[in-house]
Write a protein that binds this ligand. Structure first.
Ligand code: ZN
Length: 174
């Protein structure tokens, strides 16, 4: 949404000038209508996604390692004749075990990616909400500062210098 009607509120004019030009265009950022975080998260939480999360969490646990260690040990022991040659069902080099484990790996990789995608979307929503909160704080603080008679131009000047300082610091580190 853009409005180019002249801004009467002095605090809003300070916000408008912060980007270097006073063009009456305060609302070029379209994040004003924040939806609640939990509502956005609920949209991400379908039952099948929760199942994928649980499987990923289980695959990332030590219990998973123990179960597989025990499973492989028993399987290999049986098939090298530990309880009799007649009980061998998947002789060396354990082709059936190889196939089962390959299929398991394919599904696990997919579950990990599903969970990663969901975490990425969740982080996006969080940063969007952070941004909206920062925006709201900025608008409020400029209005409060104006009402208190603080020299807003001076504060903006300090802000610009401080941001330029941190940015050059970041560029040096990068
Ligand atoms: Zn205002």
């Amino acid at each position: 949404m853009t409005t180019n009607t002249p801004i009467i509120c002095p605090a809003c004019r300070v916000i408008d000038r912060a980007d270097g030009i006073e063009d009456g265009n305060l609302y070029k950022i379209d994040h004003f209508h924040a939806r609640s975080e939990s509502a956005l998260f609920r949209g991400l939480m379908r039952a099948q996604d929760r199942l994928a999360d649980r499987i990923t969490a289980f695959a990332g646990s030590l219990r998973f390692v123990y179960i597989h260690t025990a499973w492989f040990a028993v399987w290999i022991a049986i098939n090298v004749g530990a309880i009799g040659v007649a009980r061998e069902f998947d002789k060396f080099p354990f082709g059936l075990l190889t196939m089962v484990v390959s299929l398991e790996a394919i599904f696990l990789a997919t579950f990990v990616m599903i969970t990663q995608n969901r975490q990425g979307r969740r982080a996006d929503i969080r940063s969007k909400i952070d941004f909206e909160t920062n925006l709201r704080s900025e608008i409020w603080s400029v209005h409060i500062g104006t009402a208190l008679g603080i020299d807003v131009e001076h504060v903006e000047d300090v802000v610009r210098k401080a941001i330029a300082g941190t940015r050059s610091e970041l560029n040096r580190q990068a």
